[in-house]
Design a protein around this ligand. Structure first.
Ligand code: HEC
Length: 189
C-alpha cells in the first residue's frame, strides 16, 4: 500500500520537522543563555577590575608611610639639598603652581606657603578640614608631618597624594618650598 507509505513519510517528515524545531529551539536557548552568562562574566570581570583598583589604592596607601613617628626635620633640613628638593617638587606640579602670583590649580598656588597660615590662599576653595585649621602656621615640622601622609595629618583633606616617605626627600623639598617666598625662613644650621 503505497498510500500508507506516503502517510508514513509525511508523518516522518512532520516528526523530523518537530525534532529540528525543538533542537534548534534548544540551541537558540543555549545560545541565549550562553550570551547571558557571557554578560554576567563581563560584569563579574568588571567587578573584579574595580575591586582590583581598590586593592591597588589600598596597596598604594599601604606603600605610603604608615605610623612612622614624626621625624625631627630640623637636623635633616640643616643638610638639605634645595636643588634635589626642586626635583622632588615635580610630584606636586600636576596640582600646584609654585611661582609668585601663579594660578591655583587642583590645589592652591604655593608661593609664600612656608611660614604662612594653613589655607594660606584667600582665593582658593579649601576643604572644611583645612579651613578649620587656619590659626595654625606651616612651619617646617608641620610641613614634614603633613607631607609624610596628608590624609593622616589632616583627616578630611582633599589632597590626593599618598605622601613622601623618605625624610631627607621631604627635608629637601621643604627647603626648596622655603625659597618660594618673599621672606624665606632661616634654615637650621
Ligand atoms: C593630586 C593633586 C595634588 C598633588 C599631587 C599635591 N597636592 Fe597639595 N593640595 C592639593 C589640594 C586639592 C589641596 C587642598 C587641600 C584641601 O583643601 O583639603 C592641597 C593642599 C596643599 C597644602 C596646604 C596648602 C595651604 O594653603 O594650607 C600643601 C602645603 C600642599 N598641598 C603641598 C603639596 C606638596 C608639597 C605636594 C608635592 C609633594 C603636593 N601638595 C601635591 C592637591 C595636590
Amino acid at each position: 500500500m503505497s498510500g500508507g507509505i506516503e502517510i508514513n513519510k509525511i508523518a516522518g517528515a512532520v516528526l523530523l520537522a518537530g525534532v529540528v524545531a525543538m533542537v534548534s529551539g534548544l540551541m537558540s536557548e543555549a545560545l541565549y543563555t550562553g550570551s547571558i552568562s557571557e554578560k554576567d562574566d563581563k560584569d563579574a570581570k568588571r567587578g573584579y577590575t574595580i575591586a582590583g583598583a581598590e586593592n591597588a589604592g589600598a596597596a598604594g596607601e599601604a606603600g605610603a608611610p604608615k605610623d612612622e613617628k614624626p621625624v625631627d626635620i630640623m637636623t635633616l633640613l640643616a643638610k638639605a639639598d634645595v636643588k634635589a628638593g626642586e626635583g622632588v617638587s615635580k610630584k606636586c606640579t600636576s596640582c600646584h603652581t609654585f611661582d609668585k602670583g601663579g594660578k591655583n590649580g587642583v590645589g592652591p598656588n604655593q608661593w609664600d606657603l612656608v611660614g604662612g597660615h594653613f589655607a594660606h590662599k584667600d582665593d582658593y576653595a579649601y576643604s572644611a578640614a583645612v579651613s578649620a585649621m587656619k590659626e595654625k602656621k606651616w612651619g617646617f615640622q608641620e610641613l614634614s608631618e603633613f607631607l609624610t601622609n596628608p590624609k593622616k595629618y589632616i583627616p578630611g583633606d582633599k589632597m590626593s597624594f599618598a605622601g613622601i616617605s623618605n625624610p631627607q626627600d621631604r627635608a629637601n623639598l621643604i627647603a626648596y618650598l622655603n625659597t618660594l617666598n618673599d621672606k624665606p625662613l632661616p634654615l637650621p644650621k
